[in-house]
Design a binder for this molecule. Structure first.
Ligand code: ATR
Length: 276
């Protein structure tokens, strides 16, 4: 796994368990190169026999640009969290969106087709998941961000690339976060980085009360994230953090590398216990 920082990443724990459960031989460690040395470090790792990598902040876009081939979902996001090295070169994939979709639909039991989704944030996290969410055929996706111009640009980018890459056309609404009114949403997803700091996005409280689920793509090192605590205080009935997404995106990366899909439920349980 390459990122900066990666010292606290749970991915080595997750992949070690996947390997054990699927009887695969796998060595998975952490690389934290200086920001300017990312490409050099990836090439060195590959030359030394590395077969694949996960990539995290701030390198996902650069990882995508290093690739010779890429999946549709990586091409639409313009970013990769998974690299595979083989005889034909470097293959890039982005498993974040499918990780989120699987966590929502399979682990949390919420069908997305026909649902009304509020997606908050317009940074890298939102960029990685927008197309996979739209592909589930929700009734509406409202992309809301503190800075509305960033949400407009993200929506335009993803819809344009989606048309180019997959030939599919679909719609996504955009709003300034403050302008989200008393409209009902089934699922509210936080894709901002605000849980990392002490500030919270100013989400109108009415957005939480009617939701079947409030989801934070972040997860707390100690208990609930500040975003979910806020949602609960505003009447959210059901909340989930991004730990399930973390495990599901990892499982999809593992599948890209090994062609075997690991069992995720057990790993998520073990991870939650480990984090207590
Ligand atoms: P990354 O790409 O690494 O996820 P980013 O590009 O800085 O990081 O994006 C972070 C996202 O979190 C943005 O949507 C940001 O909103 P702005 O575009 O308005 O900056 C959002 N964000 C971070 N802190 C926030 C806060 N306190 N309130 C609302 N949104 C916040």
């Amino acid at each position: 796994m390459v990122g900066q920082p990666v010292a606290h990443s749970r991915s080595p724990f997750i992949h070690a368990l996947f390997a054990e459960l699927t009887c695969q031989q796998l060595l998975y460690g952490r690389l934290a190169p200086a920001v300017e040395a990312f490409e050099m470090e990836v090439n060195r790792f590959r030359q030394e026999g590395g077969q694949g990598l996960n990539v995290t902040l701030p390198f996902k876009e650069r990882a995508f640009h290093m690739a010779d081939r890429a999946s549709d979902r990586a091409r639409v996001a313009g970013a990769a969290n998974t690299l595979l090295f083989d005889k034909t070169g470097i293959y890039a994939d982005n498993t974040d969106g499918v990780g989120l979709v699987r966590d929502l639909t399979q682990n949390l039991g919420l069908p997305l087709e026909g649902s009304r989704i509020l997606l908050i944030g317009a940074g890298g996290a939102a960029r990685g998941v927008l197309m996979p969410l739209l592909e589930q055929k929700p009734q509406r996706v409202l992309l809301a961000n503190r800075t509305v111009t960033r949400a407009q640009a993200l929506c335009h980018d993803v819809l344009t690339r989606m048309k180019e890459v997959t030939g599919k056309t679909t719609q996504c609404e955009v709003r300034e976060l403050e302008g989200v009114g008393r409209e009902p949403f089934d699922i509210v997803i936080n894709a901002t980085s605000s849980s990392l700091g002490n500030e919270l996005p100013q989400v109108p409280p009415a957005a939480f009360g009617a939701a079947l689920l409030v989801y934070d793509m972040m997860y707390g090192k100690e208990g609930e994230t500040s975003f979910l605590a806020m949602a609960r205080a505003h009447g959210a009935l059901r909340c989930a953090d991004g730990l399930g997404m973390l495990v599901e995106q990892a499982a999809e990366s593992f599948y890209v590398w090994r062609g075997v899909f690991p069992p995720t439920g057990l790993v998520l349980q073990r991870l939650r216990m480990e984090m207590k």
